[in-house]
Design a protein around this ligand. Structure first.
Ligand SMILES: O=C[C@H](O)COP(=O)(O)O
Length: 339
């Protein structure tokens, strides 16, 4: 993180860590726009330049001490705490939700002046939505459901649409849909737009995150174009990965998607959120992502309505680092189980 700028977390900039930064404005949803195929076709991605810039990011001087602790608390508030396993049970999901309510031990949070800190959301499969909603009663933590035949997205289209409705009825406030990769690989932008628009409509008031599964899209140019088409069709967030592809969130992909978000805002005035997901498990990596968002899109994209980490194990490492900051000692990672 470049320390030539004021990179302290907003909580620290406000003169203390006891206040989480508040969202000042009520963000309208992305209404979408008609498909502009000329704009899509004009989008290029300079892969070597993107990779060069991405390679510089982790090596930049990182924030230290109380500033690092403040940024790590910020990262916690932006996690979609996730369990997406075939052996998920009610018990596991309830334990995960308890962790979302109290992501770091009360003693550590008290020492940091960060009581009340929670994760951004809990993310589960459809069958676990009701359990999660129940376990999070009395909090403002939304439940996100992965949907539309996650992770491959190859079940019959009408069933994918029906699945969205079921999850919304069960109480999911956010729906993470997966796109049809083949529409991108065959450059069928109309099909991608129509699919995304119909899925968005099926979500109703629930916010929709479009998972691009970037590890299966072949090129960064495809990633950029698919990002744009999903935003044109009304995606509230664009998300890198299901976590189940061979390659999930990477910095080059993130830079590509973030710049698509910037281009969309410049053209339409609409802010779309970003969710890197899959394989983000180290506190240090979360700081790199936050610095990237701050550099490329600005502080507004450091709020949970515009940025989330999709992560099942990141919280454990952040908790260890915060404990180290407060006590001077590292605890064993097994002491920070998620669920
Ligand atoms: O959407 C979230 C991802 O599935 C989480 O991936 P992860 O288990 O590698 O953190």
């Amino acid at each position: 993180m470049d320390t030539t700028h004021d990179t302290r977390a907003p909580a620290a900039q406000n003169g203390g860590q006891s206040q989480l930064p508040q969202v000042q404005e009520h963000l309208p949803r992305n209404p979408g726009m008609p498909l502009d195929v000329d704009w899509v076709a004009s989008v290029q991605a300079n892969t070597s330049a993107i990779e060069r810039r991405a390679a510089t990011l982790p090596g930049r001087r990182s924030v230290k001490k109380e500033f690092q602790a403040a940024w790590l608390c910020k990262a916690v508030s932006l996690i979609d705490l996730t369990t997406l396993a075939g052996d998920d049970t009610d018990g596991r999901v309830r334990r995960l939700c308890a962790k979302a309510r109290q992501p770091v031990s009360p003693q550590i949070l008290a020492a940091l002046g960060m009581e009340g800190l929670t994760t951004g959301a809990v993310c589960v499969y459809h069958d676990m939505v009701e359990t999660a909603v129940d376990a999070l009663k009395g909090t403002n933590i939304p439940v996100a459901a992965v949907s539309t035949g996650f992770p491959a997205g190859l079940s019959p289209f009408r069933l994918r649409i029906a699945e969205i409705g079921e999850s919304v009825s069960a109480g999911a406030a956010e729906i993470d849909i997966v796109i049809s990769r083949r529409h991108v690989l065959t450059q069928n932008w109309q099909a991608l737009y129509d699919e995304m628009a119909e899925m968005r409509a099926a979500c109703g008031d629930a916010h929709v995150k479009a998972i691009l599964a970037t590890g299966e899209l072949g090129t960064l140019r495809n990633v950029a174009r698919a990002s744009l088409v999903c935003m044109m069709a009304g995606a509230d967030f664009i998300k890198t990965s299901t976590g189940k592809e061979g390659v999930n969130a990477t910095l080059p992909v993130s830079l590509t998607m973030i710049r698509a978000i910037r281009a969309y805002e410049a053209r339409t005035g609409v802010k779309v959120g970003y969710k890197p997901a899959g394989g983000i498990s180290k506190a240090k990596d979360s700081l790199t992502y936050l610095a990237l968002m701050k550099d490329e899109l600005g502080d507004r994209w450091l709020q949970p309505d515009l940025f989330r980490f999709g992560a099942s194990s990141l919280l454990g490492d952040i908790e260890r680092q915060l404990e180290h900051y407060v006590t001077g000692a590292y605890s064993a990672s097994w002491r920070h189980g998620m669920a």
